[in-house]
Ligand binder design. Sequence first.
Ligand code: 5GP
Length: 195
Amino acid sequence: MTKNENKQGKLIVFSAPSGSGKTTIVRHLLGIENLNLEFSISATSRDKRGTEVDGKDYYFLSAKAFKSKIKNEEFLEWEEVYRDNFYGTLKSEVERIWALGKHVIFDIDVSGGLRIKRKFPEQTLAIFVKPPSIDELKIRLKKRKTESAEKISMRVAKASAELATAPLFDEIVVNDDLEKAFKDAETLVKNFINS
Ligand code: 5GP
C-alpha cells in the first residue's frame, strides 16, 4: 500500500495491567520497520518520571490544561487512571499519525483500549497483555523501583480488576516468556495489518 492510499491507517491497541510488560512489547514492535507503526503519544497530568521527555513519552499537561481539553472535546478517549492522574488520547495525535501514512500503536489502559475498539471496531486490533500472575506482577513493579509501596498496592489492586476484562479483547498475549510474547504479538499485528 502506498502512503496516500493509507490515509486512515489501522489502530493497534495494547492494554494490560501496569507491570505486565506491554510497554516492552510495544517498543519491540516499533522497532520492526515494515510494520509501519507510530506510537500514539498520550497526554497526561501525572508528574514526569526520570528520563521521560515531553512530546516523546507523553504530552505532559497540568490538570487544569487537561480538563480544559476534555471540555473542548479534544480527546478520543480519556481516563482518570489513578486519582488526579488523567491520561488520554488526543484526536489530533491519531490524525498526525494517519497523515504520516502510518498505523497507530497505543499503550493505554484497559478502559481506554476498549473505548477505541468500540469507536473504530473494524480498524482496531485490541490486544490484552496478560502477566503470568498477580504475584509476578508485584515482583516486577517492585523491581522497576519507579513507584512507592503505596502506589504499587494501588496498581496491583487495579490489575486484579483489569484481568477480568481480558476476554473483551480481540486477542490475548501471555507474557511469561518475553521472546515468545514478542513473536506472538508480531504475528498478530502483521496478520491484521495485511488483512
Ligand atoms: P504510567 O503512569 O505507568 O505511564 O501509565 C499508567 C497507566 O495509564 C498505564 O496503564 C497506561 O497504559 C495508561 N495510559 C497511558 N496513556 C493512556 C491514554 O492515553 N489513555 C488511557 N485511557 N490510558 C493511558
